[in-house]
Design a protein around this ligand. Structure first.
Ligand SMILES: Cc1ncc(C[n+]2csc(CCOP(=O)(O)OP(=O)(O)O)c2C)c(N)n1
Length: 677
């Protein structure tokens, strides 16, 4: 026995733990418990309860089922493990450490939650091998897992089960199951029959406020069965029961929920089973008592050699599996193998530039006067032919979003050869699943809804931005220009809110050519999400000249220079660029010299060289026009600038009536320009 248990403890008054059926597995699980207690104690913050409660089930999963190789964390056909209950991050960090991931040293565990460590408060993708996705906002990991399981099926249909054949395991908590997004994706997973998705639900009946019965009286088993899942409840501390349930789940023809009845902070003498153990250090006395009850004699952060060896052995199980997979990959025909590997690297096919140029030529030849959503649909018809990794979808607005390309086939339960997902009316679930598809690798997801409903998807968009993953949102009906559906559907503050999000590129193209350019930029951007804000209404073709370069690439450019020295610069995005052009023409009639700057992407413009930005914006006073709120425009307007746009919510009327009603017209822009001179 050690120092740790020498202080007075309340353990004596607490009943001893029942003897485990498998003492070795219990000791392996206790290693997780000890590391979680100790790291949280040292950091003076964190969540010991969940890791201690789920340590047994996680031990079974990692030692008997999960196919992974710590020496090749990115092996494409590894099983995925998602810790959706990200607050229990120490469970994952302990598992990665014990199974031998090089990134996850004991030192990192000691630096839990400290600046610059790999062991952030909640798991962050990219911090260490084995962290598949960033979790913490409850429900998101669950949402990602459905995307991952779907990606696995899509790639298996395309490349064959010889090289794509893995499970997606999730650890979810009561909070995950309460969050709306998990309802959405669970329903989708059931509908699509994603039978290789296996969720271990930490059914501990405790959340932060206290017992879950304070707020939660669902029967999750019934609920999930209703979604088309297999669902059962087991004792999450009984290793054999966990193993049998996972085995059944692996054979199921539907996704599986295994509710593991557990005791939060299992082993703690007074805090086990209660909310006090959820999110605070247990304290020295409680930890000493837990060590005694768990018969864990080691000092903090010390793992006995025999247990460490058992864990390392579990970590080594995957290497031969990975090597066998590599051998199978070698047998795949050369072209198919090269394509698989290109996709895994996230490289685009070389034909993208050519395809975009071709679409632009067609737009010019036809003098296409179409809505940018329609232009986007035309672009997609071409892109899906040259970029087979594109996986599209819409939250039940396919005909409005123009997201389904001509050659795209629906993804269906049992037939995963299509590349178009009917997400249903589940914007949040769609965005969460798209993140999962992106982090899985091998596919590029895009998905559509109305811009105003970006709010419904925002938590997942934020995580895409935070993780820096390539997902593309096709958000149409981007202003009052959508008209008759009225103010509930007219986005007003959304552009500002989305532009405020670090790492998200918001594109608002002004015509079909810019739409094609913005699609190219979104696809070429490998390290972050892009959002295309597109019109419902038709717009004139503004870019009639053919130019080899992508003019949207710097984020903003002078679309029409003033004839002579500039007296005013008109800044605009999307549908209001043509308003600015008309204002310029009106001003020109009066001998006033105005330039028009189209600004399809603020984020790219911010990154453009300063002298380029200065040249584009010019020294003359500025007027900005956008059918949205002013918030954020001050950075481009300068001290004397005037904004023409929305001040409140829209109204229900035809779009053509709304622009004059709200004063977003060439005349008003020209008036604003005159007021500056
Ligand atoms: C979207 C979201 N809302 C709130 C929180 C804060 N939070 C963290 S854990 C938790 C609930 C804890 O209950 P449970 O999920 O059962 O976890 P356990 O107590 O069993 O560890 C909450 C509300 C969060 N992380 N994410």
């Amino acid at each position: 026995m050690t120092t740790a248990s020498s202080s007075a403890t309340p353990a004596a008054s607490v009943a001893p733990l029942p003897a485990p059926r498998d003492p070795k597995l219990r000791r392996m699980a206790n290693a997780i418990r000890a590391l979680a207690m100790d790291a949280v104690e040292r950091a003076k913050s964190g969540h010991p309860g969940m890791p201690m409660g789920m340590a047994d089930a996680a031990t079974v999963l990692f030692t008997q089922f999960l196919r992974f190789d710590p020496r090749a964390p990115d092996w494409p056909d590894r099983d995925r493990f998602v810790l959706s209950a990200g607050h229990g991050s120490m469970l994952l960090y302990a598992l990665l450490h014990l199974t031998g991931y090089a990134d996850m040293t004991l030192d990192e565990l000691r630096r839990f939650r400290q600046l610059g460590s790999r062991t952030a408060g909640h798991p962050e993708r990219g911090h260490a091998g084995g962290i598949e996705t960033t979790t913490g906002p409850l429900g998101q990991g669950f949402g990602n897992s459905v995307g991952m399981a779907l990606a696995e099926r899509l790639l298996a249909a395309e490349f064959g089960e010889e090289i794509v054949d893995h499970y997606t395991y999730v650890l979810a908590s009561d909070g995950d199951l309460m969050e709306g997004v998990s309802h959405e994706v669970a329903s989708l997973a059931g509908h699509l029959g994603l039978n290789k998705l296996i969720v271990l639900y930490d059914d501990n009946s405790v959340s932060i406020d206290g017992p879950t019965e304070l707020a939660f009286s669902d029967d999750p088993l019934l609920r999930f069965r209703g979604y088309g899942w297999a669902a059962e409840r087991i004792d999450g501390h009984d290793h054999a029961a966990v193993a049998e349930a996972i085995r059944r789940a692996q054979k199921s023809d539907r996704p599986s929920l295994i509710a593991c009845r557990t005791t939060i902070a299992f082993g703690a003498p007074t805090k086990a089973g209660i909310a006090a153990a959820h999110g605070a250090p247990l304290g020295a006395a409680e930890i000493a008592g837990a060590r005694e009850r768990l018969s864990w004699g080691e000092p903090p952060f010390v793992i006995p050699e025999d247990i460490r060896a058992e864990w390392r052995e579990a970590g080594a199980r995957g290497e031969p599996l990975r090597r066998a997979w590599e051998d199978r990959l070698k047998c795949v025909p050369t072209e198919c193998r090269a394509e698989f590997l290109r996709r895994q690297r996230g490289e685009l096919p070389s034909r993208l530039g050519e395809a975009i140029a071709q679409v632009c030529t067609e737009f010019r030849e036809k003098n296409a006067k179409v809505a940018t959503r329609q232009a986007s649909g035309t672009v997609l018809d071409t892109l899906t032919q040259v970029i087979p990794e594109l996986v599209g979808g819409s939250a039940d607005l396919t005909p409005s979003n123009n997201t389904k390309a001509k050659d795209q086939k629906d993804v269906r339960r049992g037939d995963y050869s299509g590349h178009y997902i009917r997400y249903g009316v589940r914007e949040h679930g769609m965005a969460a699943a798209m993140n999962g598809i992106a982090v899985h690798g091998g596919l590029i997801p895009y998905g559509g809804t109305f811009l105003t409903f970006s709010d419904y998807a925002r938590p997942s968009i934020r995580l895409a931005a935070f993780m820096g993953v390539r997902v593309i949102y096709v958000m149409t009906h981007d202003s009052i220009g959508l008209g008759e559906d009225g103010p509930t559907h007219q986005p007003i503050e959304h552009l500002a809110a989305l532009r405020a999000m670090p790492g998200l590129c918001v594109y608002r193209p002004a015509d079909p050519i810019e739409t094609a350019e913005c699609w190219a930029l979104a696809l070429e951007r490998r390290d972050g999400p892009s959002l295309l804000a597109l019109t419902r209404q038709s717009l004139p073709l503004l870019r009639r000249e053919s130019a080899p370069e992508n003019r949207s690439a710097q984020g903003a450019y002078v679309l029409a220079e003033a004839e002579g020295a500039r007296q005013v610069t008109l800044l605009a995005t999307g549908s209001e660029v043509s308003v600015a052009i008309a204002a310029r023409d009106a001003l020109a009639q009066e001998g006033m010299r105005a330039a028009v700057v189209s600004m399809p992407c603020w984020e790219l413009f911010e990154k453009a060289p300063e002298d380029y930005r200065d040249a584009v914006l010019g020294a003359a006073p500025r007027v900005a026009v956008e059918a949205a709120v002013e918030f954020g425009w001050d950075r481009w307007l300068g001290p004397r600038g005037v904004f023409v746009g929305m001040k409140g919510f829209g109204a229900s009327a035809p779009g053509e009536a709304l622009f004059p009603y709200f004063g977003i017209t060439p005349e008003k822009v020209a008036d604003a320009a005159r007021s500056l001179l």
